[in-house]
Design a protein around this ligand. Sequence first.
Ligand code: GDP
Ligand code: MG
Length: 734
Amino acid sequence: MTQPIHMALAGNPNAGKTTLFNTLTGARQHVGNYPGITVDYKEGFFTHNNQEINLTDLPGTYSLTAYSVEEVVTRDYLVNEKPQVVINIIDASNLERNLYLTTQFLELGCPLIIALNMIDVAKDRGIAINPEKLAALLGVPVAPIIARNGQGTDLLISQAVHQSSQQWQPRDISYGEDLDAVIMEMITLITEQNFLLSTYPPRFTAIKYLEHDEQMLQKGRQENSLTATSLEEKVTQVSDHLLKTMDAYPEAIIADHRYGFIKSILRQGVQTHSFDTDRLYTSDKIDKILTNRLLGPLFMCLVLFGLYQFTFSWSEIPVSWLESFFGWLGSQAETLLPDGPVKSMLISGVIGGMGGVLGFVPLIMFMFLGIAILEDSGYLARVAFMMDRIFRIFGLHGSSVMPFIISGGIAGGCAVPGVMATRTLRSPKERLATILTVPFMNCGAKVPVIALLIGAFFSENKAMYMFLFTLISWVVALLAAKLLRLTVLKGAATPFVMELPPYRFPTMQGLAIHTWERTWQYIKKAGTVILGISILLWAMMSYPELPAARQADFEQQRRQISDAVTPAILAESTSKSEAVSEEALALRQQITFIDRQESEQALRNSIAGKIGLALEPVSTLAGFEWRTNIALVGGFAAKEVIISTLGTAYSMGDVKAEASDSLGQRLTTDPSWNKVVAVSALIFIMFYAPCFVTVVCIAKEAGHWGWALFSVSFNTIFAFLLATAVYQIGIRIG
Ligand code: GDP
Ligand code: MG
């Protein structure tokens, strides 16, 4: 076979890129880094008529000007990786807006082919498109397709293969007399100075300068500051001139001309409507109800509640299977391995730590499936749209909604991509307020802890409580945002408009891939970061060991009790049999009692135990005893380890519980836990310091470690005050 051909897939958000990508590559793909957003590109492989093809799914963008991360990623990829052909996927039912990006591919000059997608939707809406004419006018092949069922994709790829042998060839679009003249001057200068020529065509650079593209301006200054300065001067001159003569900035004039170029193409018989476009499309009709001021929020609550109901009821059985599997694994290790630190590390650190996280995989998977359905159908965008009205009140921006949802606003996201998704916010203060409050959402790591505590203390109505705690997370996050916007981040609000993509039926394949991608991220984390932290915590909970004298003391007590009975009873008590005589049973219980006391003393003596005990005088205000403190301290690193640490701490230190009890059962029978403590702990866990990875991400995104430290200390103090209030009020009203 010949060399693989390198193709890139680009287009507006919701044009169908991912659908086409999945149709073409199937399972042969590598996926991006974080759940929630596709800022990292995906790569996949497939063969077409014996030709190996390597396909990259670029993030969705509306333009190639560096206004958002997606645009920067896409543009950098095109100019640095130079794919042999770009497949520009276009939503045929929204041709005019989608072609805006196409004009910029033409200006960049990359070999191009247009995949005219969703021709079924266009047809339903009475839009008739003539692909041959469009191709002739744009000078680019156009292949009509339906990405969802693969119709037309064969022909698309054949034509794309053909296009891949083309050279890069930028096309010119006229931007009116004034701009064209200055663009010519700039091109001369750029060519003479060999300015960024290896990366961008000269006209492209000139236009990006006129559009005030920050990234381009920065690159220019690094490349050759002299040339950059004179280019910037030219831009200032022409901007002043345009402001005086036309009362407009160059960006606006450039955009006008691009749309003009598109309109002139569409009018020449490319697009015709067989019936009135103004009529209410199905989507608009649905939206009349679903985003109605009154019915909309009501329906939204119903949908979210349904999601929790679905997640909890469907995952219950597989979760219990996994629980018993890890229990079985633990007991196997218990019987098969020789006593010693390795055994203890494997059981408490590895099996306990990973089991605590992996045991919740079914729950997380159902949650992600539900969210994928909401997202793929287009409903999630409506949620954002409705929440926008509320966000205004709290000094946040409509664009803050998605970061909140990604971070776990519906439960089960992750604050890391959530913090990164704030890049779409332009106002630094609104962005910071969003960055600092998204970690309050119930991310995928908190959900299992919440599920555990709800399951143990409020098992009558799990979905209702989950819904309630989600609601609390939003209320607290919004109030905290308001607090920040009234104090450290005071400032005016910026305006916002939002488009709603039409509703669509999600595809099975799309749902399966979205669900799996996110679940896999969760599993991967359990196998790496969480495993490391679990082992570290195990070590902190096991060392230093009890002094030899105290160990000998416990050994002495055991011997004394054993010596007091006949050898026959002693043998009976250490046998595996359940049915033993009363004396043997009593002996067994006494020995277990001493064992437990010994392990409790050992835990108290360990580093972690000492930390937990040292915090106890303060933490009891919120109802937490020293063993809970150990788990909460572990949670600073990653919230996932709270469960496994609680599991270890309460199996080591609990004097009465049966060895086979689940953690939930142990907590309900432990005297230091009750419903009030459970709520107080839930509140604390939901709102205290973000996990370590998020903190690093906040520092990076906010551009300052100060904000990361602020987030850790502010959240922890804030959460502790809330938890204390809950506990103090709770015990008073019983
Ligand atoms: P992306 O944002 O560009 O990756 O878009 P997606 O691939 O996620 O597609 C957005 C929505 O459009 C999904 O719900 C798809 O199922 C749907 N979709 C994609 N292609 C077609 C098509 O040809 N016809 C129809 N009716 N729906 C499509
Ligand atoms: Mg996509």
